[in-house]
Design a protein around this ligand. Structure first.
Ligand SMILES: Nc1nc2c(ncn2[C@@H]2O[C@H](COP(=O)(O)OP(=O)(O)OP(=O)(O)O)[C@@H](O)[C@H]2O)c(=O)[nH]1
Ligand SMILES: [Zn+2]
Length: 361
């Protein structure tokens, strides 16, 4: 996740998904007094203490603990943030540095507002893709929730990856068919063997889909997310406990997002686990913003009337005309699948988890 790892991302003009997100404006003023600050990556947050990696992927890489400088005020610092550090950045036991600047954010992922907090807060910065971990059975897949995650990812300027687990229990074909027209990459895995000596099949595909990128992992309890993270990041448990080691605080499980390095890909590869995050803020999503993730449809929709919602009941939506104009039955079927998928994702942002459905319904 160093600036160098950005080279792994496809920045060509055709890739409209790479676009300025809502949080991409410069967030800080230049402060020349901190010109000698160290660059660091925020990997964890625990009650006002930030775990950071100084000089990430560089020769001087080291883990350190930081606090937010007073001058940042109420500005939030989240995992994935690139920050500037001053003070004791040695990482020695008992050392504490200060975060004085937050780097410009390439993407921002927000969690949903809820009863206890009406604000859609940024929870992760600078991630490239959202990995939606879903069990094929036990618990049953919930497509409405997957759709909402896809909408959140696309709105954040991120790609979506569907990681289907427990393929030993059910066939992935229906879900694969459902998400192919949405542009979501799918990887499938399952475990084998007794507890303690369990191997994860399909791990190479998962690793390949993550390589060189920063991925946020989400999934409901019991889907096998920990199993996957522990297989990808052999020292994940130790890594998440590092804040406790340094601060001496007694908590062993983190409830906020934590960034973990995935070894063995030959490129800087990170996963950000989000314990306790169940859904993402969609209240602010604009249909035209979401449409940008569907490059082909975005082009068609340039012919839409001003303010078109592109929904199934939108009058004179150019997407409907495009379907009618399809040359031949095959092309029509392909276009219909694509438009229906976009409209499903679009509609999901207005729905709730209760309206969930299974892939066969
Ligand atoms: N049959 C089968 N079981 C699996 C597979 N992957 C994980 N499990 C089991 O599913 C259960 C949940 O797995 P976890 O990895 O703990 O799931 P989690 O998503 O991290 O859930 P929480 O820890 O509650 O957040 C465990 O009993 C795992 O052994 C799989 O591919 N096949
Ligand atoms: Zn339209």
């Amino acid at each position: 996740m160093s600036p160098r790892s950005d080279q792994g991302r496809r920045y060509d003009e055709g890739d409209v998904r790479v676009r300025p997100g809502k949080g991409s404006r410069p967030r800080t003023k230049q402060r020349p007094e901190h010109a000698d600050a160290d660059r660091a990556l925020v990997t964890g947050v625990d009650r006002g203490r930030y775990t950071v990696l100084v000089d990430p992927d560089g020769p001087g890489e080291r883990r350190a603990i930081a606090m937010k400088a007073r001058e940042l005020g109420r500005e939030r610092v989240v995992p994935g943030d690139h920050v500037d550090l001053v003070g004791d950045t040695s990482g020695d036991v008992g050392s504490l540095s200060r975060i004085v600047r937050i780097g410009e954010r390439r993407t921002v992922l927000r969690r949903t507002a809820d009863d206890t907090d009406p604000v859609e807060r940024v929870i992760v910065a600078n991630a490239d893709q959202l990995v939606i971990v879903t069990a094929l059975a036990d618990p049953e897949p919930r497509t409405r929730m997957i759709d909402r995650c896809v909408a959140a990812a696309y709105d954040a300027g991120m790609d979506a990856l569907l990681a289907l687990t427990k393929a030993d229990l059910a066939d992935p074909a229906a879900l694969v068919a459902m998400y192919a027209p949405v542009g979501v990459r799918v990887v499938v895995s399952h475990t084998e063997g007794p507890r303690g000596a369990r191997t994860v099949h399909g791990l190479d595909d998962v690793r390949a889909a993550l390589a060189g990128r920063t991925s946020v992992l989400v999934g409901h309890s019991g889907v096998g997310k920990s199993t996957l993270v522990n297989a990808l990041v052999p020292d994940a448990r130790r890594a998440t406990g590092v804040v406790n080691e340094v601060t001496g605080r007694g908590r062993h499980t983190s409830t906020s997002a934590v960034a973990l390095r995935v070894p063995g890909t030959g490129r800087p590869t990170w996963v950000i686990d989000t314990p306790g995050v169940r859904s993402f803020g969609l209240a602010h999503v604009d249909p035209d913003h979401l449409l940008l993730a569907f490059t082909d449809l975005a082009e068609v929709a340039q012919e839409c009337p001003r303010g078109c919602t592109h929904a199934g009941d939108a009058p004179d939506c150019a997407l409907d005309e495009w379907l009618e104009d399809a040359p031949g039955a095959d092309e029509r079927a392909a276009r219909t699948a694509r438009v229906d998928s976009f409209r499903r994702i679009l509609a999901s942002r207005l729905g709730t988890a209760e309206q969930d459905n299974s892939p066969s319904s």
